[in-house]
Design a protein around this ligand. Structure first.
Ligand code: NAD
Length: 340
């Protein structure tokens, strides 16, 4: 376990269990150099404890990079609660998790993630104030979508010479909380929309309300378009899918879009501009971090606008250094986190 921590440069790993509620939780704190660690809490079934710990560590590291490049005074952390086969009282389990967070004295601040909801955060909030995305705090997804939209405009400016999206063709994969909100903004900007989702109802809605063209999920990645916006699951870009892409740029909300780090170089070699996922999708994190600090909407909106500027900066460095923007982003984050 220490080897795993060392290789990820993880600061701390906390484990807690509570036989009364069935809680078995892991909190990974990757870095607190820039501020207290902030990151979501997953509630999922895992094959074994090692996989859960590995997931928490990798995700915590990703949060440090995201917060650093978003210019937040926030470190990176992540929590994983191993979902029991059966739970009598979900609320009590999340309350026990709230007590665990409180015992860390503010070193970790939690948020909604895969398998958790605002209602779970409300249970946590009964025992600690180190929690965001409660029912009262609201859904961060529209803010993620706003940041991705700003990032797509920056990408268009670099790739096509104008941030005006009118007439461009954008393919949106996944019409969930973020993807649909993004599609709405793109449609309003005059974009020709191609959309896919595993849920036919979401696709139908986009066709009827936004004038989008439906594409089968297995065909979307290879559809000719100007910009591809992956907004479904991670890992969609691998050697095979990249070889089939017919777009000039990839800029979307999904976390961990690249199956491996080398895929960034393959995109670069194909002349496809890639917006590093953790930079373009940082709007939700910016929202929860600033809201937790008591900032109002004007300050949040101003900070969200910086996503586009940050991407412009990364693209300029990448052009000058003839490498992928993803490599530049990692290097910049590491400089901020480790001073190297
Ligand atoms: P969501 O679960 O609401 O929506 C995801 C949608 O993608 C679903 O409708 C699903 O059916 C669809 N989908 C999954 N695989 C697909 C495929 N192969 N083809 C077509 N559609 C597919 O999730 P969300 O909150 O909208 O988040 C979307 C992505 O953005 C995720 O990767 C998430 O980690 C990332 N993200 C979200 C936020 C946020 O604020 N919600 C913030 C940062 C990153």
């Amino acid at each position: 376990m220490f080897a795993m921590m060392e290789s990820a440069r993880l600061e701390a790993l906390h484990l807690a269990q509570d036989p009364v509620t069935g809680l078995r939780a892991i909190i990974a704190i990757h870095s607190s150099r820039l501020g207290p660690a902030l990151g979501g809490c997953r509630y999922l079934a895992y094959a074994d404890t090692d996989s859960a710990v590995r997931d928490a560590i990798q995700l915590a590291r990703g949060m440090s990079y995201k917060a650093a490049l978003a210019g937040l005074a926030q470190g990176g952390g992540k929590a994983v609660i191993i979902r029991p086969a059966h739970v009598d009282n979900r609320g009590a389990l999340f309350e026990a998790f709230g007590r665990m967070i409180e015992s860390l004295g503010g070193a970790y601040i939690t948020a909604v993630d895969s398998g958790t909801s605002s209602a779970d955060m409300d249970c946590i909030a009964q025992h600690t104030r180190h929690v965001t995305s409660t029912t009262a705090a609201g859904d961060p997804s529209p803010h993620t979508a706003m940041g991705v939209y700003a990032g797509i405009r920056s990408t268009a400016l670099v790739r096509f010479g104008s941030a005006d999206l009118d007439g461009l063709r954008v393919a949106v994969q996944g019409l969930g909380h973020v993807g649909f909100a993004l599609a709405e903004q793109l449609a309003a900007a005059g974009v020709e929309l191609l959309v896919s989702d595993l849920d036919a109802g979401r696709v139908q809605l986009a066709v009827e309300q936004l004038g989008a063209r439906a594409v089968a999920p297995e065909a979307l990645l290879g559809s000719p378009c100007d910009i591809l916006a992956p907004c479904g699951l991670g890992g969609v870009l691998d050697a095979q899918t990249v070889a089939g892409l017919q777009c000039a740029a990839v800029a979307g909300a999904a976390n961990n879009q690249l199956a491996t780090g080398e895929i960034a170089d393959e995109l670069d070699a194909r002349g496809i501009l890639y917006a590093p996922d953790y930079v373009i999708n940082s709007g939700g994190l910016i929202y929860v971090a600033l809201q937790h600090r008591g900032e109002g909407l004007p300050a949040i909106t101003a900070h969200l606008a910086q996503i586009g500027l940050r991407l412009n900066e990364l693209y300029a460095h990448a052009q000058a250094e003839k490498c992928s923007p993803a490599r530049v982003a990692d290097r910049l984050a590491e400089r901020l986190l480790y001073g190297t």
